[in-house]
Design a protein around this ligand. Structure first.
Ligand code: PMP
Length: 395
C-alpha cells in the first residue's frame, strides 16, 4: 500500500525523537545582539555568528533602509535575466577590492555558493581532496560533481599529500578546506596546505565562512592572514551571513572565475537575486570594518580574554584559536544539561553532540563577538564556573 504523507511524517519524526535528535530551536524575541531576549529571558548571547555586531548595527540598518527605499523590496528576477541591479555589481567590485582578488561574485548564501562553485568547476576526470571536517555545504556541493572524491584526515597535510600522490590525474585537482573550522575553532594550516597543493599542481579552495570578518587585516579572511590573497590558484568562498551581518555568499579569486560562475553556477542562474536592503547592509558592513578598527580589536580582545579565563576555570577549549570557543563536555547529556543550566542563569550557548560533532566530544560552542562587554563575558564565566563544578567537569 502507498505510504501516506502522515505516515511518512510521523515515522520520520518519531525516529528523530527516539534517537534524541529532534531539534526545537530557541526563539529570539528581539534582534540578534550580544544581549538579547530568548524564549522570554534576558540573556548574554554566545550562540550567534554575529562576530562584529553587524546583525543589528545602526549604520548597516540605515544603509539597508536607504537601499530599500531607493531600489525596492526585491530584485525581481534572477541575476542573468533582469535581476542584476547596479548595487549588486558595486558590492562585487567592493568585495574584490577588499579581498585583493581578480574577481568576486555574490550568491544567495554560503551554502549555495559551495553548491554553485564546486558544481561548476569540477568535472569527471578531476580530483577533489577534502578535509574530513569540512562543512555540510561542501559535502553536498561535492555530491553534485562526477570528480573523484577523496577525504584527508582533518588538517593533516601528510595525509593530503598521500592522496594527491596516489590519485594522479590530468584533470583539475582541487584541495578543499574550511579556513576556520566551525565546530573546533581551529585554522586550516593554509601555509603548508597550499605548498603541498602547489607541489601537485592543485588549486586550493577555502571556505572562509567563519574567517571572513574575523581573520586577517580588517577581516579580509584566513587566506589573507596567511598571505595568499593574490594567488590565482586559490579560490576563496564564504558567507555574508555571519560577520557581515546580512545573508549571502561570495566566491572570489581568479579574474575569470566570476564570468564562468555567472554562466554556469546553477544557484546563480536559477534563483532570484539578493534583495536591495541586504545588499545595502553588506556594502555598509565592508565599509564599517575598515572605518572602525576597534571592531576587530574588541573581537580579538574578547576572544583572548574569554578563552584564557575559561581555561583558568579548568575547562578544555579544544585548541581553538578563533572566536569560536568550544567547551568540551564529552557526553552529549552533559553538554545539553550544561546548556540548559547556563540558560537558566541567563547565558545562551548551544550544546552540540553526535552527529554534528564526533562521538565523545560533545561540547558547548561559544561564539565571542566584538559587541560583548567585559561584564557580559564575566557573567558568562561566573555561570560556567558554577555549572562546571556542579557537573563535576571542573574543580
Ligand atoms: N560554510 C561554512 C564553513 C559554514 O560554517 C556555513 C554556515 N553554517 C556555511 C558554509 C553556510 O553559510 P550560509 O549560512 O551563508 O548558507
Amino acid at each position: 500500500m502507498t505510504t501516506s504523507l502522515s505516515e511518512r511524517l510521523s515515522a520520520e519524526l518519531s525516529g528523530l525523537r527516539d534517537s534524541g535528535l529532534l531539534i526545537k530551536p530557541r526563539v529570539l524575541d528581539e534582534a540578534n545582539r550580544a544581549r538579547t531576549r530568548v524564549d522570554g529571558r534576558e540573556v548574554v548571547n554566545l550562540a550567534s555568528n554575529n562576530y562584529l555586531g553587524f546583525a543589528d548595527h545602526p549604520r548597516l540598518k540605515a544603509r539597508a533602509a536607504a537601499y530599500l527605499r531607493e531600489w525596492g523590496v526585491g530584485a525581481g528576477a534572477v541575476r542573468t535575466i533582469a535581476g542584476t541591479l547596479r548595487i549588486h555589481e558595486e558590492l562585487e567590485a567592493q568585495l574584490a577590492t577588499f579581498k585583493h582578488t581578480g574577481s568576486a561574485l555574490v550568491l544567495h548564501s554560503g551554502f549555495t555558493t559551495n553548491q554553485g562553485v564546486l558544481g561548476t568547476l569540477l568535472k569527471e576526470g578531476d580530483l577533489v581532496v577534502s578535509d574530513a571536517l569540512n562543512h555540510a555545504s561542501i559535502i553536498d556541493g561535492l555530491r553534485l560533481t562526477k570528480a573523484t572524491k577523496k577525504v584527508y584526515q582533518h588538517a593533516d597535510v601528510d595525509d593530503l599529500e598521500r592522496l594527491l600522490q596516489e590519485n594522479e590525474t590530468d584533470g583539475l585537482k582541487l584541495v578543499v578546506t574550511d579556513g576556520v573550522f566551525s565546530m573546533d575553532g581551529d585554522l586550516a594550516p593554509l601555509d603548508r596546505l597550499i605548498a603541498v597543493a602547489r607541489k601537485y599542481g592543485a588549486v586550493t579552495y577555502v571556505d572562509d565562512a567563519h574567517g571572513s570578518g574575523v581573520m586577517g587585516d580588517a577581516g579580509r579572511g584566513t587566506v589573507h592572514h596567511f598571505g595568499f590573497e593574490n594567488a590565482d590558484d586559490v579560490i576563496q568562498v564564504g558567507t555574508l551571513s555571519k560577520a557581515w551581518g546580512g545573508v549571502g555568499g561570495y566566491a572570489a579569486g581568479h579574474a575569470d572565475l566570476r564570468e564562468l560562475l555567472i554562466n554556469r553556477a546553477r544557484p546563480y542562474l536559477f534563483s532570484t537575486a539578493q534583495p536591495p536592503a541586504v545588499v545595502g547592509g553588506l556594502v555598509a558592513a565592508i565599509e564599517e570594518v575598515q572605518r572602525d578598527p576597534s571592531l576587530m580589536r574588541r573581537l580579538w580582545d574578547n576572544t583572548h580574554y574569554f578563552k584564557a579565563e575559561l581555561e583558568k576555570l579548568g575547562f578544555d577549549t579544544m585548541g581553538s584559536v578563533t572566536p569560536i570557543t568550544p567547551v568540551l563536555f564529552g557526553e552529549p547529556e552533559a553538554a545539553f544539561e550544561a546548556s540548559r543550566m547556563l540558560f537558566s542563569e541567563g547565558i545562551f550557548a548551544v550544546g552540540l553532540g553526535f552527529p554534528t560533532v564526533p562521538r565523545g566530544s560533545a561540547r558547548i560552542r561559544n561564539i565571542v563577538t566584538a559587541e560583548h562587554t567585559r561584564a557580559d563575558l564575566d557573567q558568562a564565566l561566573e555561570a560556567y564556573d558554577r555549572v562546571g563544578r556542579q557537573l563535576k567537569i571542573t574543580g
